[in-house]
Design a protein around this ligand. Structure first.
Ligand SMILES: *[C@@H]1O[C@H](CO)[C@@H](O)[C@H](O)[C@H]1NC(C)=O
Ligand SMILES: *[C@@H]1O[C@H](CO)[C@@H](O)[C@H](O)[C@H]1NC(C)=O
Ligand SMILES: *[C@@H]1O[C@H](CO)[C@@H](O)[C@H](O)[C@H]1NC(C)=O
Length: 427
């Protein structure tokens, strides 16, 4: 599974460029050492219309004290062929970190809730939802093939720091993969939007009755549910994997760590001026419903649904990377600072073909923000406003509006003080 990083070739040309600028050695150091590996998740089996939503524990992952530089993923079959979204819709994948007591194991079928006991501690990202909601370090959905995840030098996500692992525990990683096989489906979009009427379920994954006004979402398309097929359709079951490619560098003091924040547009935490907020005050519902616009709006072509929330960012810093996550029907998302400035705007691109990575009607990529480090700053305690836009010519159920941010609390100022590039990093 290991191979010579392509970046090595690339970094040689950077080396030549950087040798002409003084004090740039940290750049070269970081670039030259990028490692890369391709892994497969455990196998999951899907027949036409079926759903797999599983948590795989102790997955293959870079080990040691390293800085993650990118994480890309896609669904492939046993021969390694990429599977298009109109056959297997990748609702989402999410990768999270946990500490596990040594000599204890978790099997792939243990429930997500297992992580909340004395042998396992789920380690959240830096915020800002509550408990076990949206804890991931990385996560995307149908857009995974076309969305850049690279973290620019000299930044990285620090993992595997032995000083942060409690005595008697080990750092482990899990991946949650939620995939829906829509081969032969009567209504492919409906299956991907988890419309309850197509799934013939009356209770959710935990056996709780589904409210009559709940039209669609994760409560109706949990593991082993079945979406409605065209009369008489039959197709083979097949074995699939999440294939993921991770890039990283060994940790060193020249790497500047970034924190991960994910803002959820359904978070309706009440902002108050004097309260000390903690994560438990957040109320992230993850999914929401987009009602269809009224007929007169349709004629006026004004069918845009906006959902908006404001949250406070306790600890600020410099935005290094930003990207939104939306479902089909999404037309973009923007994160604003307290003064109304745009922190990042991210828009989906839709495919227009048949092949994997370009499937017509599906979101196949999200645009990303890579502000020049130092140019976009969030101050401590700043109120951020997130807006998520959907085209509501048609109703959409179970949609999402997340915004993923990588924030550096410091800039690599000291490394560049004598360099011609220093102006990039000074406020
Ligand atoms: C997990 O569950 C699936 C189906 O429910 C079963 O086929 C598989 O053998 C189980 N795996 C383990 C490790 O228990
Ligand atoms: C829906 O579920 C019920 C009970 O689980 C079953 O009897 C019925 O045949 C199912 N209907 C369809 C269309 O699959
Ligand atoms: C919304 O979708 C409809 C139908 O697919 C399309 O005609 C319309 O232009 C879209 N509107 C926007 C704002 O994208």
């Amino acid at each position: 599974m290991w191979f010579v990083p392509r970046e090595l070739v690339f970094s040689l040309s950077i080396l030549v460029l950087l040798l002409s600028t003084p004090c740039s050695s940290s750049f070269v150091k970081t670039e030259a050492k990028i490692k890369s590996a391709v892994f497969l998740s455990p196998k999951f089996e899907l027949g036409p219309g079926s759903v797999s939503n599983r948590y795989y524990y102790d997955i293959d992952f870079p080990r040691g004290h390293v800085a993650l530089k990118s994480f890309d993923a896609e669904v492939v079959d046993e021969a390694g062929n990429p599977i298009p979204l109109h056959e297997t819709y990748l609702h989402h994948w999410a990768v999270a970190k946990y500490h596990q007591r040594k000599l204890v194991t978790l099997t792939e079928n243990d429930s997500h809730r297992m992580l909340q006991n004395s042998d396992h501690v789920l380690l959240r990202n830096s915020g800002i939802c509550q408990g076990t909601v949206i804890p991931q370090y990385f996560g995307l959905g149908s857009e995974t093939r076309g969305t850049a995840t690279d973290i620019p030098d000299p930044f990285g996500i620090e993992i595997g720091n032995p000083a942060e692992v409690p005595e008697g525990f080990e750092e482990k990683w899990l991946v949650n993969v939620h995939a829906i096989d829509t081969r032969g489906a009567e209504d492919k979009l409906g299956c991907t939007e988890c419309k309850c009427e197509l799934y013939n379920v009356t209770v959710d994954a935990h056996g709780k009755s589904i409210r009559p006004d709940y039209k669609g979402g994760l409560s109706c398309c949990y593991d082993s549910t079945q979406c409605k097929l065209k009369e008489g359709f039959e197709g083979p079951k097949r074995s699939l994997y999440l294939k993921y490619t991770v890039k990283w560098v060994d940790w060193d003091d020249f790497i500047v760590p970034v924190k991960i924040y994910i803002i959820d547009v359904t978070d309706n935490m009440k902002l108050s001026d004097n309260s000390e907020e903690v994560n438990s005050d957040h109320d992230c519902k993850v999914e929401y419903q987009v009602e269809s616009c009224s007929t007169d709006h349709k004629e006026g072509n004004g069918c845009v649904h906006v959902k908006r929330t404001s949250v406070r960012q306790q600890t600020g810093g410099y935005v290094i990377y930003g990207v939104a996550h939306q479902h089909s029907g999404g037309i973009g998302s923007t994160l604003y600072g307290q003064d109304g400035r745009v922190i990042c705007s991210s828009t989906p691109s839709y495919g227009n073909g048949n092949e994997a990575g370009n499937e017509a009607g599906y979101i196949v990529g999200m645009s990303t923000c890579y502000p020049k480090p130092g140019s976009v700053k969030i101050i401590n305690g700043e109120t951020l406003t997130l807006e998520s836009f959907y085209n509501n010519t048609k109703e959409h159920t179970g949609v999402m509006g997340l915004f993923y941010l990588l924030v550096a609390e410091q800039l690599p100022y000291q490394h560049f003080r004598h360099s011609t590039r220093s102006s990039f990093f000074v406020e």
